[in-house]
Write a protein that binds this ligand. Structure first.
Ligand code: ADP
Length: 435
């Protein structure tokens, strides 16, 4: 691999980890999905169990209490099948794939807590995550769900957690990043991998996008004993993830839940003809009253335009939120959370910054600049993702595209042709259309 490629690889990994973390930080509910769960059993003759309630799982009372305390009433779609498999005796291996927010983390956390013997004072469950921040997030879920099971203790194998060589770890669950976990197993001998009963590899797609993590994960997996339960989770399933998953998890059961398709069927699309950036701003001011009846997201091509637009709108006395690439993840999450809670009606952002973030309740989208790919060409996927709605849950929405040149008009036409959906002209001096 060329050095340049390696760099690209790193950025991709970092990017994906950031997106994943943001989605975790802003999510308060399990994602609805109407698709059918696909289940592939290792032993096709054994009956397929699925549960509709947490009681059916015969959890320890302390854990059931923890689950209810978290506000879970019943298993999510993926949990219905994944939990019985993970809690079966003898333990079964599992590869599960579903989009972020569908309940994977909660499922494996429950499995780890169920398999632990708190009277034994050594690590029995090992979970690896791609980054420090993601490991901490999962740790929080373990702490929450295990709230009424305080005998079970958790250790974080992450950078900065300095440990002395040979001091044995007493905590029953260890969560960490691959490099530090390897050190704790091999160099420092803090964990005896032969005593691990449950091994979880979370966010496999993010994991392999980071240089070195794939090899480290496999080295950890090889040290585990034969009967150890292996569980692997991923939000997406490209070929590369699949190949990796098969190396990490022998004889797996497989559960897949397809992402809900986005459609333009429930959205009204318009364009506004303008001459310049300033003209676009004026047009936006004209429709501002109409769009802020609901919540609106405004997309700009560059940070500079986004900053400028936020400034101009503020000057007009409008209260707007700005999501910017300069912000660290926690700041971005805070901005999105305020917006989600309705503290601001309008969120201005760039495409790069908002990529991969699901803000479901937004019903108005303004493309202040039309989405383009890196080379300045139309980007159908991004157009769909920005304004599309998912299946039956989609509320009716409105999208307004600002067009300010011959070129952007041509791009608009390609979107119209590609999706075979009419984009009507909107006269911002006469708004009867959109009311
Ligand atoms: P994933 O790991 O697939 O991204 P999570 O396990 O983090 O999904 O769950 C996403 C959100 O849904 C979290 O806020 C979590 O607390 C919540 N959640 C998970 N399972 C359930 C459930 N059965 N009922 C209600 N909420 C749930």
């Amino acid at each position: 691999m060329e050095a340049g490629d390696a760099n690209l690889h790193q950025t991709d990994g970092k990017d994906r980890a950031t997106q994943s973390l943001l989605n975790k930080l802003i999510r308060s509910n399990v994602v609805n999905n109407t698709n059918q769960v696909e289940v592939l059993q290792r032993d096709p003759n054994s009956p397929l169990y699925s549960v509709k309630t947490f009681e059916e799982l015969r959890l320890k009372p302390q854990l059931l209490k923890g689950v209810y305390e978290m506000g879970f009433n019943r298993p999510s779609k993926i949990q219905e099948n994944a939990l019985p498999m993970m809690l079966a005796e003898p333990p079964q291996n599992l590869i599960a794939q579903s989009q972020s927010g569908t309940g994977k983390t909660a499922a494996f956390v429950l499995a780890m807590l169920s398999h632990v013997d708190p009277s034994l004072k050594w690590p029995q469950c090992l979970c690896i995550s791609p980054t420090y921040e993601l490991a901490l997030q999962t740790g929080k879920v373990i702490e929450q769900m295990g709230k009424f099971y305080p005998e079970v203790k958790l250790a974080y194998a992450v950078r900065g957690h300095k440990m002395e060589r040979g001091v044995k770890i007493k905590e029953q669950i260890v969560i960490g990043t691959p490099g530090t976990v390897l050190d704790w197993c091999i160099k420092l001998k803090l964990i005896d991998p032969k005593k691990i009963k449950v091994f979880v590899l979370d966010e496999a797609d993010v994991m392999i996008a980071t240089q070195g993590h794939q090899d480290q994960s496999i080295r950890i997996q090889r040290m585990l004993p034969k009967g150890c339960q292996m569980l692997l989770f991923s939000a997406t399933f490209e070929d590369s993830v699949w190949k990796f998953a098969e190396r990490v998890v022998p004889d797996p059961n497989i559960i897949k839940l397809k992402r809900e398709e986005e459609t333009l069927d429930t959205i009204k699309q318009y364009y506004v003809l303008c001459n310049s950036k300033e003209d676009k701003f004026n047009a936006l001011c004209n429709i501002y009253g109409a769009i802020t009846i609901a919540q609106a997201m405004i997309f700009c091509h560059t940070r500079k335009t986004a900053n400028w637009l936020a400034g101009q709108l503020s000057k007009e006395g409008h209260q707007v939120a700005l999501l910017s690439g300069e912000m660290v993840v926690e700041q971005r999450a805070a901005v999105i959370e305020r917006f989600r809670d309705g503290k601001e009606k309008v969120l201005i952002t760039t495409n790069v910054c908002a990529r991969g973030i699901d803000v479901e309740q937004v019903s108005v989208v303004i493309n202040f600049d039309l989405p383009l790919d890196k080379d300045g060409n139309p980007d159908n996927e991004t157009y769909l993702h920005r304004i599309g709605r998912t299946g039956r849950f989609g509320k009716r929405g409105l999208a307004v595209n600002m067009v300010d040149s011959q070129r952007s008009m041509e791009i608009l036409k390609t979107y119209e042709r590609h999706f075979n959906k009419k984009i009507g002209r909107l006269d911002t001096d006469d708004l009867d259309e959109i009311e």
